[in-house]
Design a protein. Structure first.
Lengths: 257, 294
């Protein structure tokens, strides 16, 4: 069905076949950006980027770029539980954010990601303090590089935006991802490395409380390696937390929160 | 700042009570702005006919063939252009496509709802599309890979991250900057397989025939002309006028909505729009030069 609310182009378009050169063999101690397997990409975090929103945050790590805006607590349109507030998470890829252009309509992958973000954040947010209200969390992926890393960045970014909006939480949620490549745990894999992995792990973690809010593992991996991966992710979350705290402190110092 | 509203007809004269400025703005937005504008200054501190400070940045999205970020005050838009391969129409076997769309997601302002694009986004997308076709912005034949078989389609998706009014000026500037930043890969059409093979690096720039840029004005209380209205001012304006000017000071379009406006005022606006377009063009040039240098 033609979309009458947008400027429409040709019905179908495809990416050209790209002639790529020979691939470098993967080395878990020295990856193509110079990191070792147990390092995450440098992280840039900033709050208060969307002036109209009650809270907002921007995260950039490697080529990954995510923006998040939080509106609320505001009156709910429909409320299932009058004693509790609702958390509404909306995860969206920008059309230009991936190798193949994304459609405007929400696809299944985006729906799944919205749900995961909700599951990761909901245990931390004190919804019992905001009865009959809704908090809307809108996440916009500006540039994606690695599915699991993108989702982890979105969760971290959303937690920052919630903190910026002054929504009460038991702890800020930090999330990180890891890939299993040939019996090694590789933290924060990018898009190219994801094609090599035989499994991936994404952990959302509350660093001060030492509690995991969400964990997702895909692929066939030995139990020992999973435990190793989980520990690596939890360590990475603690590192991310330091950056989150610095960014929040900086936003208060500027008075722009 | 406390504003004394005791003199207002809305309150009964007996009790004297004061409102703080922010509450006053929320309850009586028109009166709040009127008090500023009648003194020759706007609520955000600008003189009536000054545009907000603009800021242009190109090439930050690496998944796109061309990209730009434009900020007018707090209005922030990002334009990413993705080139994909498609079949041309039988009528124009060599012509490619340029598909501009503006998205105003619920993320950018509490006035927008999630879901399909609202009226404002639809109007602006359509107007930008008209400007692209009517000004012959690109030679669409430049987008040909193999005549009748394969052409490029440029999906230009303009996303607003922060809406503080005047999306048209920002969206058009972002589109022009991003188009200027587009690099297409060298590509060949394989007739046997019917596929297009492209080089791994993007090298070929586009040729833009015109550089149309917009400047928007509004009329407040049927007498005060203000430039570059913010989202607070937009609903209060009796009429709005958007003027699109290209690099040789040719008019490419005028979009006027709302109540009547006299001719002298429109001529005045055209003069102001030329200066604004020139200033924006200089910013885009600087951003492109900076991106090329790095």
């Amino acid at each position: 069905m033609a979309d009458r609310k947008r400027v429409v182009g040709p019905e179908k378009s495809v990416l050209p076949l790209v002639e790529s050169g020979p691939q470098q063999p993967f080395n878990p101690d020295r990856r193509k950006d110079g990191r070792s397997g147990d390092r995450i990409r440098p992280l840039f975090l900033k709050t208060g980027i969307i002036k109209q929103a009650d809270g907002s945050a921007y995260i950039e790590t490697g080529r990954l770029k995510v923006a998040c805006g939080v509106y609320g607590p505001r009156q709910s349109a429909r409320n299932k539980l009058p004693t509790q507030g609702t958390l509404n998470c909306d995860f969206k890829f920008s059309a230009f954010s991936s190798a193949k252009r994304r459609a405007y309509a929400k696809d299944n992958h985006e729906r799944e990601c919205s749900l995961i973000v909700y599951q990761a954040l909901a245990p931390a947010v004190r919804l019992d303090l905001i009865p009959k209200s809704t908090v809307d969390v809108y996440i916009q992926i500006l540039e994606s590089d690695g599915n699991a890393a993108c989702l982890a960045a979105a969760i971290t970014c959303a937690a920052m935006a919630l903190a910026d909006a002054g929504i009460e939480m038991t702890d800020a949620v930090a999330a990180s991802s890891a890939g299993y490549i040939g019996g090694n745990v590789v933290l924060d894999p990018d898009g190219d490395e994801e094609t090599l992995q035989n499994g991936s792990l994404m952990v959302s973690y509350m660093p001060s409380l030492n509690e995991v809010t969400h964990m997702m593992q895909i692929g066939e991996v030995t139990t020992n390696l999973t435990v190793k991966g989980m520990e690596a992710c939890v360590d990475a979350c603690s590192q991310i937390r330091t950056v989150m705290q610095q960014a929040l402190a900086a936003s208060l110092a500027d008075g722009n929160s | 700042m406390d504003i004394d509203t005791a003199a207002d007809a809305t309150t009964n004269g007996a009790s004297h009570f004061t409102l703080d400025a922010d509450t006053f703005r929320k309850i009586h937005p028109a009166e709040y702005n009127r008090r500023f504008i009648s003194q020759g200054v706007r609520a955000d501190g600008r003189p009536l006919q000054r545009f907000r400070k603009a800021n242009v940045n190109v090439g930050s999205i690496t998944t796109a063939n061309g990209s730009s970020m434009v900020r007018l005050g707090n209005t922030t838009v990002i334009c990413g252009i993705k080139a994909e391969v498609t079949e041309p129409t039988p009528e124009a076997p060599r012509a490619g496509f340029l598909v501009p769309n503006l998205d105003l997601p619920a993320l950018c302002s509490p006035q927008f709802r999630p879901g399909p694009p609202g009226e404002l986004a639809q109007t602006i997308s359509e107007y930008i599309n008209q400007i692209c076709t009517s000004t012959n912005l690109l030679n669409l034949d430049d987008l040909c890979i193999a005549s009748g078989q394969a052409v490029w389609v440029l999906h230009a998706d303009i996303l607003c991250l922060n809406y503080e009014g005047n999306a048209l000026d920002a969206a058009l500037a972002a589109l022009i900057a991003a188009l200027w930043n587009v690099r297409l890969p060298k590509s060949t059409y394989d007739e046997l397989e019917g596929t297009v093979r492209a080089a791994a690096t993007n090298t070929i720039p586009l040729v833009l025939n015109r550089l149309p840029l917009a400047a928007t004005f509004g009329v407040f209380d049927a007498q005060h002309l203000i430039a570059d209205p913010t989202d607070q001012e937009e609903p209060l304006l009796s009429s709005q006028l958007a003027i699109v000017v290209d690099q040789e000071d040719n008019l490419c379009g005028i979009l006027k909505e709302g109540s009547a406006m006299d001719r002298e005022r429109m001529v005045e606006c055209i003069g102001l729009a030329r200066n604004r377009a020139q200033a924006l063009r200089r910013l885009i040039d600087e951003a492109l030069a900076k991106a090329d240098a790095s």
